[in-house]
Design a protein around this ligand. Structure first.
Ligand code: ADP
Ligand code: MG
Length: 257
C-alpha cells in the first residue's frame, strides 16, 4: 500500500504546490512510483507538471462528484514513474456541490483505495482553505505535510489547521499523522528567517524536517516551463534541497513501517 500524504496549509503561497510537484518528481527520480492528486481548482500542480489544460477531458471533479473511476482520470507525466490526477477550474464548484451528498467527507478516500497499492507515494496538493476538499484529503491520508513559509507571523493560522487535523482524527481518520512541518522560502540573508526557524522548531520540535527549502529563483521559474526542478535545472540549489527532502521522506516512511 502506498503512503498517502496531504500537503496542506490554508494560507496561499506558502509552497504547497511547489512541494507537491518537486517532492513527487524527486521521489520518482529516486525510483519510487508516485501519484499527485491535484485538488486545488487553480490546477497549479497539474500545469506545473506539464499537463496541458486542453488535454484534460475529465478531472478529479468527476471522481469526487460524479463517482468516476479514478483510473480513467490518471494521466502519465513526462517524468518516468510520475502520474497525475489533474484538476480543472470545474472543481471550484465541488466544495458546494458536495455539501448535500452522501459520505461527502470520504469520497476521495474511497476513490484512492483501489489504486493506492499501485504507488509507493500519493501526494494530495490541497487548496488554500479548510473546506470539504481539504477535509476529503485529510480523511484519505496517512499523514499531512505542512509547508510553512519563513516569514513574519509564520505560525499564524497553524492552530486552525491543527484544529482541523484533530477534528479529522477524532471523527473521520484516527490514523492521520503529522508527517512533518516543512520550512520554505528561507532567505538566508535575513535574521528574520533564523528567528522563524527557531520559533517553529520550539513549537513543532522533532516534527520539523531537517531539510529547509531556501528561496531559489529557478524553483520559481520552473512551473512556467511545465517542469519540476529536477528536469528544469538538475544542478540548481532547488533541485538539491528537494532531493534531500525526498530522501528524508523515504527514511521516515521506512522508520514507521
Ligand atoms: P501554494 O501552493 O501554497 O499557494 P506555491 O507553491 O504555488 O504555494 O508557491 C507560491 C509562489 O512562490 C509560486 O509562484 C512559486 O513558484 C513560488 N515559490 C515557491 N517556493 C519557492 C522557493 N523555494 N523559491 C522561490 N520561489 C518559490
Ligand atoms: Mg497551490
Amino acid at each position: 500500500m502506498g503512503k498517502i500524504i496531504s500537503i496542506a496549509n490554508q494560507k496561499g503561497g506558502v509552497g504547497k504546490t511547489t512541494t507537491a510537484v518537486n517532492l513527487s518528481a524527486c521521489l520518482a527520480h529516486l525510483g519510487k512510483k508516485v501519484l499527485i492528486v491535484d485538488i486545488d481548482p487553480q490546477g497549479n500542480a497539474t500545469s506545473g507538471i506539464g499537463i496541458e489544460k486542453g488535454d484534460i477531458d475529465e478531472c478529479v471533479y468527476d471522481v469526487l462528484v460524479e463517482d468516476l473511476n479514478p483510473k480513467e482520470v490518471i494521466c502519465s507525466s513526462a517524468i518516468e514513474r510520475l502520474d497525475v490526477i489533474p484538476s480543472t477550474i470545474q472543481l471550484s464548484g465541488a466544495e458546494i456541490e458536495l455539501v448535500p451528498t452522501i459520505s461527502r467527507e470520504v469520497r476521495l478516500k474511497r476513490a484512492l483505495a483501489p489504486i493506492s497499492e499501485e504507488y509507493d507515494f500519493i501526494f494530495i496538493d490541497c487548496p488554500p482553505s479548510l473546506g470539504l476538499l481539504t477535509i476529503n484529503s485529510l480523511t484519505a491520508s496517512d499523514s499531512v505535510l505542512i509547508p510553512v513559509q519563513c516569514e513574519y507571523y509564520a505560525l499564524e493560522g497553524l492552530s486552525q489547521l491543527l484544529n482541523t487535523v484533530r477534528l479529522v482524527q477524532k471523527h473521520l481518520n484516527t490514523d492521520l499523522a503529522i508527517e512533518g512541518v516543512l520550512l520554505t522560502m528561507l532567505d538566508a540573508r535575513t535574521n528574520l528567517g533564523i528567528q522563524v526557524i527557531e520559533e517553529v522548531k520550539k513549537y513543532f520540535r522533532e516534527k520539523v524536517f531537517e531539510t529547509i527549502i531556501p528561496r531559489n529563483v529557478r524553483l520559481g521559474e520552473a512551473p512556467s516551463h511545465g517542469k519540476p526542478i529536477i528536469t528544469y535545472d538538475s544542478k540548481s540549489r532547488g533541485a538539491e534541497v528537494y532531493l534531500d527532502l525526498a530522501k528524508e521522506v523515504i527514511a521516515s516512511g521506512e522508520r514507521v513501517r
